[in-house]
Ligand binder design. Structure first.
Ligand code: AMP
Ligand code: MG
Length: 414
């Protein structure tokens, strides 16, 4: 057996699990989460559980699109720079004021953006086209009927759907929900994830490194990835390579966890704490036909918590999260958008890839030229290359060489 790059499998190696099969197994572990009503302010990143129809039109009433004067357009028909029309100003209408008299022919009301158009007016002339007078106003241009008026319902009519079930709620989606008067939204509960990172060599960034130690990075990375995917994450970062310590760390969190993601301790060496602790508990370990990320595992721990065990090498860990965990997390939490967008790109340089394994290389995709530049070698410890990347190249199992200029699929990460 080999390291995570899997230079050789040796003879008599059992067949590798196909990427798609492991994806399906992981996805099957996570059922749809329950639906709950949440205040709008707490809904960022959640998936809407039911269509949202508006009980009011947007805009709710005809209103001014400009600061200016509400007028009858016929009164200004002959207005120009040389021959301004002079009208008395009868009312001043800030946004929110409605107790105004109807506009009489041959007069103007001063009006601010967002204020309701007074009865009798059919247009607004912007203040920039006037002398800005408050008793009397000189108007230097004509206006078309309806000019600078935002009509009730021109955005959406009563009863129209403004957001569909499965929509991921971002700033604009929260804004339209607020604009139609929703105080709470029906959303899917996020998946509650426990990220448990193992390794006796791992220490906290900010402390001194002793010989043989490295700073822990996977736990932080995976918890951030979970949150970015719409889940909640609890992070246990420094679980040593000791089966008893592993169980002791896990036990207090079992009741509040939907999915346990472990990092490390699943490859072919000795001291593989995750394998040792979880074998026989409902979690199965396998080798997936991919690079990086061959050692994988998943299952249901003691018939309770879903478990996905990710390899310890940082790039393997992140790629495995993207390939197996992220789509499952998003599907479970009700999101319509589950997969990363995939684009086709021309390779700037040639590459080689292992036969029989799907390779994920890190790259920078340039949308302007539809090209992709590799970021670092294939090694699964090359974290800086991952940090420079904005995409993963997906090289099919049966492809072993690609010349510069070849087309590849790239999964966009941001
Ligand atoms: P393992 O799968 O536990 O054998 O780990 C494989 C490699 O990844 C080793 O070089 C580990 O030191 C490294 N590694 C494992 N876990 C982490 C982590 N949480 N942060 C950074 N590196 C890690
Ligand atoms: Mg380890």
């Amino acid at each position: 057996m080999t390291d995570d790059l899997g230079v050789s499998h040796g003879t008599g190696t059992p067949a590798l699990t196909a990427v798609a099969d492991h994806q399906s197994k992981v996805a099957a572990l996570l059922p749809r989460t329950p639906v709950l009503a949440k205040p709008l302010a707490d809904c960022l990143g959640h998936a809407l559980a039911a269509d949202l129809a508006t009980p009011i039109p947007l805009p709710p009433f005809d209103n001014s699109a400009m600061d200016g004067y509400a007028v009858r357009s016929v009164d200004l028909a002959d207005a120009s720079e040389q021959h301004p029309v002079k009208l008395p100003v009868h009312e001043d209408i800030p946004a929110g004021r409605v107790d105004v008299s109807p506009l009489q022919p041959g007069s103007a009301h001063r009006i601010m953006t967002g204020a309701q158009l007074p009865p009798g007016a059919d247009a607004v002339i912007p203040v920039e086209r006037t002398d800005g007078g408050t008793e009397q106003v000189r108007l230097f241009a004509s206006v078309q009927p309806g000019a600078h008026v935002r009509r009730s319902g021109e955005d959406v009519a009563v009863g129209e759907t403004v957001l569909t079930a499965g929509t991921t709620l971002g700033p604009a989606q929260l804004a339209v929900a607020a604009a139609v008067g929703a105080a709470n939204l029906s959303v899917h509960q996020p998946v509650r994830v426990l990220v448990l990172s193992t390794g006796s060599e791992l220490v906290e960034p900010g402390t001194d490194l002793r010989p043989g130690q490295i700073y822990e990075s996977n736990g932080l990375m995976l918890a951030a990835a979970v949150r970015e995917a719409g889940g909640t994450a609890t992070l246990l970062r420094f679980v040593p390579d000791d089966v008893e310590a592993f169980h002791a760390a896990l036990a207090p969190h079992l009741d509040s966890t939907d999915l346990l993601i472990t990092s490390g301790g699943v490859s072919a060496g000795a001291y593989e704490v995750v394998k040792d602790a979880l074998s026989g508990t409902g979690v199965e370990f396998t080798k997936v036909a991919m690079q990086p990320g061959m050692p994988q595992g998943c299952g249901r721990y003691r018939d309770r918590v879903a478990v996905v065990t990710l390899p310890g090498n940082p790039v393997s860990s992140m790629v495995s999260f993207e390939v197996f965990v992220r789509p499952a997390l998003r599907a479970a939490a009700g999101h319509r958008s589950i997969q990363r967008p995939v684009r086709q790109a021309a390779l700037i340089e040639s590459l080689t890839a292992p036969a029989g394994r799907r390779q994920y290389r890190r790259g920078r995709f340039d949308p302007a030229t539809a090209t992709v530049t590799l970021q670092g070698a294939p090694g699964s410890h090359l974290l800086a290359g991952l940090a420079r990347a904005n995409c993963l190249l997906e090289i099919p199992e049966d492809v072993t060489e690609l010349a510069a200029g070849s087309t590849v699929d790239v999964m966009l990460l941001d």
